[in-house]
Design a binder for this molecule. Structure first.
Ligand code: AMP
Length: 287
């Protein structure tokens, strides 16, 4: 591999693998990954992808084995005691929270109640730091897996584990008593990599994909009389584009809208006289 290329570490398996590959392709990288690939050169940009375990990525970044990497914010916090790494872009997937939970029948109701108790977790550093920052003395039992079972076998009074929907907690008869950390996937690296030209290009391209995913491009036709009202409903990035149609009474209006607003916006645009409304995905957006 060419040494001048940027080394980007990405998850080789697990829940962050596929969304990471999709994100990089949407950002304009051209590559093919086989199931067992360990590393590969991106065809159109000077980037080498290395595929490794999600939890090993923060360590590789700290050691300088990779320049940038995609991992969970929770893993970044857990594996980086000196807080050397920075999240360069929050990626809007892999959402979860590091939460404390206790058996349904327990009398513990809040994080404060963990005083003097045993807490089992696969995130021992983050948990110990969180509890000591808040002056809650508790002993932390480090486990590699099956954290949710720890209270059943009397290993601990409470657990601290990653939760996304809460269904695993419920299935194990546990109840959430407080959040230690909100997490999502991030593009991470040491702060100095921000000066690297290839990192700057990567950050712009990836940020443009995440920004584009939150927006839609909306087009509609309407009578010229309705343009003021429709402009008010969809002001866009600066103002909507208004294009004449081959009918002096009619115009087309185009605008960028928040994907999360569409549910309310579509019927209001229809009521305001919008016709032939089209909603298109946006590949990338640099505001
Ligand atoms: P993996 O173990 O390789 O599937 O990935 C684990 C990473 O995915 C975690 O460190 C989190 O950043 C993220 N993640 C998102 N949702 C969850 C969840 N419900 N449970 C565990 N990890 C999650």
């Amino acid at each position: 591999m060419n040494k001048s290329a940027l080394t980007l570490a990405i998850p080789n398996k697990g829940r962050l693998r596929e969304p990471s590959l999709r994100l990089l392709k949407s950002a304009g990288m051209s590559f093919e990954v086989t199931d067992r690939a360990l590393s590969l050169r991106v065809r159109n940009v000077e980037v080498d992808l290395v595929l490794v375990r999600t939890e090993d990525i923060p360590g590789m970044l700290i050691e300088g084995v990779a320049d940038v990497g995609i991992t969970g914010l929770d893993l970044m916090e857990e594996s980086d005691p000196d807080a050397a790494l920075v999240p360069l872009v929050k990626l809007d997937f892999g959402f979860c929270r590091l939460a404390a939970a206790v058996p349904n029948a327990s009398s513990i109701d809040s994080l404060e109640d963990l005083r003097g108790l045993r807490v089992a977790t696969s995130h021992p550093r983050t948990t110990a730091r969180f509890l000591s920052d808040r002056g809650i003395p508790a002993s932390v039992v480090a486990l590699k897996g099956s954290v949710e079972a720890a209270t059943k076998i009397a290993l601990a009074d409470a657990v601290v584990d990653l939760v996304s929907t809460g269904s695993t907690l419920r299935l194990n008869g546990l109840r959430d008593i407080g959040v230690l950390l909100e997490s999502q996937a991030v593009l991470a690296g040491l702060p100095e990599v921000r000066d690297n030209r290839l990192v700057r290009q990567l950050v712009t391209a990836v940020r443009a994909v995440t920004a584009g995913r939150r927006k839609r491009y909306l087009l509609l036709n309407t009578s010229v009389d309705n343009t003021a009202e429709i402009s008010r409903l969809m002001p866009g990035l600066s103002a909507p584009t208004i294009v004449p149609l081959d009918d002096p009474e009619m115009v087309a209006m185009h605008s960028v809208v928040d994907a999360s607003d569409l549910w309310d916006l579509l019927p209001r645009l229809e009521d305001a006289g919008g016709k032939g409304i089209l909603v298109l995905d946006i590949g990338q957006l640099v505001p």
